[in-house]
Design a protein around this ligand. Structure first.
Ligand code: UDP
Length: 235
């Protein structure tokens, strides 16, 4: 987590040093479900490949990386990285914009972050249920308030598709797709209790508390299978 925060901080300050900021750099959380979806979703795969930083959001990714000899790492949940970046932004004076979630959640998340991190400059926020016609106006607003970091909370793959489409016209330096994080920050959704998190069973908690997610979690066995196949291919 500390490394991830430093990397993002480095991306923002590197962009600060450039006269003409290039295309914003992206941070995308990876979990087994996203990997499985990306195999049949070229645009999602492209956005993963183009990201400046992929964070191992789920324990499945940490496990797969180890099995495939890609390195040892610890989980960096997107829902923890986002507030950690806000804490760093408050210290460094970076300007933050929050886009996504319901109107109540979006407003409450902005309020909660301002209360939690004194001096945090949330220069704008916008709920995630805008019509397509309003998107150009939103891009202008984000650019006008000179945000450095944009958090996009539209769920996956919607947020990755939004980022791929609009980032070329945005002047932010860094953009993180944060899924349901505003709901957690606003206190409208709970993270798994500590015991589930310590045992790396957050996925099980989400499944038990929202059984409707069962369809999404069918990706897990597919992911395990694919990892073993990949391992055998390079045996
Ligand atoms: N959302 C949104 N606009 C949409 C669809 C979804 O702002 O058109 C928000 C939704 O209100 C929620 C978040 O996106 O706050 C999705 O949360 P979820 O936990 O489903 O994200 P994921 O599991 O995909 O990371």
């Amino acid at each position: 987590m500390a490394d991830a925060v430093d990397v993002v901080d480095g991306l923002v300050s590197a962009a600060d040093g450039l006269k003409s900021a290039g295309k914003p750099r992206t941070i995308i959380a990876v979990n087994p479900e996203k990997v499985i979806r990306a195999r049949n979703h070229q645009a999602l795969m492209d956005s993963l490949r183009a990201a400046a930083l992929l964070i191992p959001d789920g324990i499945g990714i940490v496990w797969a990386a180890r099995i495939l000899g890609l390195g040892r790492m610890r989980r960096v949940p997107g829902s923890e990285l986002m507030p950690a970046l806000c804490e760093r932004a408050a210290k460094r004076g970076y300007r933050v914009f929050l886009f996504g979630a319901s109107p109540q959640t979006n407003a409450r998340a902005a309020e909660a972050l301002r209360e939690r991190y004194s001096g945090l400059q949330i220069v704008g926020h916008q709920h995630g249920y805008l019509s397509q016609d309003d998107m150009d106006g939103l891009v202008r607003r984000i650019n006008d308030c000179q945000a450095d970091i944009l958090f996009v909370a539209l769920g996956s793959p919607k947020q990755e598709m939004w980022m791929a489409r609009y980032l070329p016209t945005l002047s932010v330096k860094v953009c993180q797709g944060v899924g349901g994080t505003f709901d957690v920050v606003a206190g409208h959704a709970r993270r798994a209790p500590r015991v589930f998190r310590t045992l790396n069973l957050e996925w099980l908690y989400r499944l038990l508390s929202q059984p409707s997610r069962i369809l999404r979690q069918t990706a897990l066995p597919k992911f395990v299978w694919q990892v073993f196949c990949e391992k055998l291919r390079h045996w």
